[in-house]
Design a protein around this ligand. Structure first.
Ligand code: SF4
Ligand code: SF4
Length: 342
């Protein structure tokens, strides 16, 4: 049963959107993402068997179909029941339980898989450290509130972007001394990591994006793969083991062996890596295929196989996704999360 539901979660993660009936009103506010794989789309979080997945929704089309029936909701695929019983879970900001803000979805860098910079300035234009702190304070009174998380594109310079994140963390920490805060910045200097820690951040995520340095150079031409690894090492020293995570995107042409070697390399440093399937869409397909050739889609078996390998490596290194209470491990909407989902 568990195996079957994990497969269904993997299929849902990798599959298309969810068609909702025209006359159906969701019981919660619809989330509009400015970061992550769902950037730019309207989405809902579907909960089933203790797991959750966030999917884009539409009244016109979708690989899956939401069907209300007496007393509940189910998901269909090709007219057949796909998941017998789902619930719609509210998000606070971006994620269930979390006030997760993207300080600025613009970015001076050009990572080819990233949709954030293409969304226009509208999505995050009114956010300031002060307004975010207000929204966090309000959100913290909700029963389902768990934590706060901050991410940001790089605008002006890495240092200036981190400075704005530091200011936001400080304001939130001052207002809510008890709250858990996770940060996901691009950093290029160890002092920036110290600044975030001293401002009051508890968890940090620094993304390696891909294990293959050549692919990295092609898809993140403005970033430095070796530097990212040095920053992760420093972050573990500053934040501690089990408080630093990273993201590995699969589907860019890397092998399974490379992915698991990277998970191991990071785990040996004390950093827990998440594995995220690439979402190819109209915004990123041409640019990605220009440098990488035709992309082979991640399939369900590969996603499950790698998640199992990831779990084993984390276990061998005494790491667990449950030591995190912010960002993607806590949320679990876009990946198979070892120790939480299986
Ligand atoms: S650094 Fe790269 S992944 Fe991050 S927001 Fe900028 S373009 Fe996107
Ligand atoms: S798993 Fe991460 S990227 Fe996906 S919705 Fe949750 S917080 Fe956002």
């Amino acid at each position: 049963m568990e195996e079957d539901m994990i497969r269904r979660k993997a299929e849902l993660i990798l599959g298309g959107g969810v068609r909702i009936p025209h006359d159906w009103r969701p019981p919660v506010r619809i989330s509009r993402s400015t970061a992550g794989p769902g950037a730019g789309t309207r989405g809902l979080v579907f909960r089933f068997s203790g797991m959750r997945v966030k999917k884009p929704i539409s009244t016109d089309e979708g690989e899956f179909e939401l069907q209300p029936y007496e007393g509940g909701l189910r998901l269909l695929r090709a007219g057949e029941v796909f998941i017998e019983s789902v619930e719609i879970e509210p998000v606070i900001f971006h994620s269930p339980g979390q006030a997760f803000f993207n300080l600025d979805q613009r970015c001076d860098f050009r990572c080819l898989f990233c949709a954030s910079p293409s969304l226009g300035v509208e999505a995050t234009k009114n956010l300031t450290p002060e307004s975010i702190t207000e929204m966090v304070a309000e959100a913290s009174e909700r029963e389902d509130f768990v934590s706060v998380a901050l991410t940001s594109g790089v605008v002006g310079s890495v240092a200036a972007t981190v400075e704005s994140m530091v200011r936001t963390v400080s304001l939130i920490r001052e207002r809510l001394p008890w709250v858990t805060i996770g940060v996901e910045p691009y950093v290029d200097d160890e002092d920036q990591i110290w600044d975030l820690r001293e401002a009051g951040a508890d968890e940090m995520k620094i993304n390696v994006e891909t294990p293959d340095a050549d692919i990295f150079a092609k898809v993140c031409p403005d970033l430095d793969h070796a530097l990212v690894h040095r920053m992760i090492e420093a972050a573990v020293e500053i934040f501690g083991r089990g408080k630093v995570s990273s993201n590995i995107i699969i589907g860019l042409g890397e092998t399974d062996e490379q992915v698991l070697d990277e998970v191991r390399r990071l785990a040996e440093m004390g950093c827990a890596a998440g594995i995220r399937p690439l979402k190819v869409n109209d915004i990123n397909r041409t640019a990605l295929e220009e440098v990488l050739g035709t992309l082979k889609e991640v399939d369900t078996d590969r996603l499950i196989r790698l998640a199992r390998g990831q779990k084993q490596i984390l276990e061998e290194n005494d790491l667990d996704t449950r030591t995190f209470s912010t960002m993607c491990f806590e949320c679990g909407c876009c990946d198979l999360v070892p120790f939480r989902d299986f």
